[in-house]
Design a protein around this ligand. Structure first.
Ligand SMILES: Cc1cc2nc3c(=O)[nH]c(=O)nc-3n(C[C@H](O)[C@H](O)[C@H](O)COP(=O)(O)O)c2cc1C
Length: 197
């Protein structure tokens, strides 16, 4: 593919689409939630999961103080909750009551875990690093909450029954309604393409 080259970089959107999540947190009895697309798995043992949050966000202050948070993986039918929690700050709004967010308290931490999420990670802050306008919060996953009906026997998301909420950017959300699923063994595929056994 012929590609345009951009060297004046004002933002990164080429990695999209990605899974939209809602990060929940609490401090002093106050719950908060923000939409987050900048999240990733970091380590297996110990299990570490990261999310990058702008210094300007109310959630940034809360996580810095409470040192715990949850990542909630949302179904497409909750896309409005993702958009809404990303649309206002908890500085001025109690988003849990404004958007009627239902939750249960975590089992290891005090973070709220969203009832509408098909799975969630409860995390205790393990590490953090600020890169000028965002902080990468690295959490140790201390409990996984998952709706068993959303997962098939092999532990993968059953996208026939549970459509994840994908974010395309610029306020667009994607529901996966048709797809091609290929099972490609990495070793067998590498050997087939290279001709090496
Ligand atoms: C789909 C989506 C993804 C977002 N991803 C992030 C993110 O990864 N990090 C971040 O700091 N803000 C992100 N935002 C913006 C925050 O969710 C938004 O500024 C929110 O109002 C902050 O809430 P708070 O001030 O209560 O923490 C995202 C917004 C949307 C709609």
């Amino acid at each position: 593919m012929k590609k345009a080259i951009i060297t004046e970089i004002s933002g990164l959107s080429q990695y999209l689409p990605c899974l939209a999540t809602i990060v929940t947190c609490h401090y002093n009895g106050r719950y908060n939630a923000l939409a987050a697309a900048w999240h990733m798995s970091i380590n297996v043992n110990p299990p570490l999961y990261g999310v990058s949050i702008a210094l300007a966000r109310f959630s940034h202050d809360i996580i810095t103080k409470s040192r715990e948070f949850a990542i909630n993986f949302m179904p497409f039918n909750s896309a409005k909750l993702v958009a809404a929690t990303g649309g206002v700050s908890g500085k001025d709004n109690d988003k849990f009551s404004t958007f009627n967010l239902k939750s249960e308290t975590g089992v290891v931490t005090g973070v709220p875990v969203l009832s509408d999420a098909y799975s969630a990670f409860e995390c205790i802050l393990e590490d953090e690093h600020t890169y000028s306008d965002h902080t990468l919060f690295v959490g140790r996953v201390v409990a996984i909450h998952q709706a068993d009906e959303a997962y098939s026997k092999d532990g993968l998301l059953d996208i026939e029954s549970t459509k994840p909420c994908l974010y395309l950017g610029k306020e667009r959300y994607i529901e996966i309604n048709s797809y091609n699923l290929k099972h490609l063994s990495r070793k067998a595929t590498a050997s087939r393409l290279s001709g090496i056994d």
